[in-house]
Design a protein around this ligand. Sequence first.
Ligand SMILES: [Zn+2]
Length: 363
Amino acid sequence: MSEDSNSAILDPIEDDGRRASIGSLGGSIGSSIGSLGEIEIAPLTPLTPLTPLTPQQNVPRQTGSLATHSDDHAITRIKNMKMIELGKYRIKPWYFSPYPQEITSLDCIYICEFCLKYRKSRKCLERHLHKCPFKHPPGNEIYRKGSVSFFELDGRKNKLYAQNLCLLAKLFLDHKTLYYDTDPFLFYVMTECDMRGYHIVGYFSKEKESSEDYNVACILTLPPYQRKGYGKLLIEFSYELSKFEGKTGSPEKPLSDLGLLSYRSYWKQTILEILIALKPQEGQEKPQLTINEICEQTSIKKEDVISTLTNLELINYYRGQYILTLNKELVDSHRKIMEKRKVRIDSKYLHWTPKDWAKRGKW
Ligand SMILES: [Zn+2]
């Protein structure tokens, strides 16, 4: 293994004779890997019902639009809508969403793809479209490359849009509580542009202030756009924002099954990209880097970096050092996958300055 030119040494490492510890990384990697290996990342449960909470109800932690919900009523889990029409797509909802009852009994509801207001018939929607001034989401367009744009909007300033977005998202996300209070959140809406306007593809929300370093609260690619690489683009964008903030971040837990798969694959690809590009420094036989350096370059939180390396079974302990060994198969399959990932976020096109919400008092 030591002869493998694709191996990298995790540095700094000391062998204390019993269990090697990574001094400057804080704690021993041996023990952290042990415990991380057991971490159960539960299914990503984005939103839960918009039913107004009565005072005697137990109000869960205010994660704004989406929090885990412990005391589900069976009713909140039953899919209540047959069909929605959004732009050129007719989509079958997957889960319950608290749209008004008089709407949910209809065969189809018609949603304006630009402002996300809903109407009970196509005729009503057509009337709305004549008046609707929007051809894109509200807020600021902070990124545009090719046909892909991102709009940033404030859940307080664009409350109605944010609430309608949460209602729409809830149709495809299970296990989360959806609140009317969107104030503590920013929303990043990804669109694809054509002659008719900027069409919503997906979004993620983000707490203005997160005490737990979450850089995504809820994330969704709308079904017509799934399995086309857009989910990864959303994730990549969320980490790009964290890089601009000079922070590491992680998505709010629990993740949905689909969300967890996307994140795992994003982490794997991003970390492998760095490891494969790594060159040994002068006078060194093998490239060296610390886990912290991976975190700094990617803005991926340390736990997620370690769990990714562990899941990939790349870490070996050899002569008192932790060594990452990349075999040819892994490198080849990574290259093939990356060739398919043609659309990437390009930080040159991001026009954005992070705000320090903590200093602003009330958002
Ligand atoms: Zn509209």
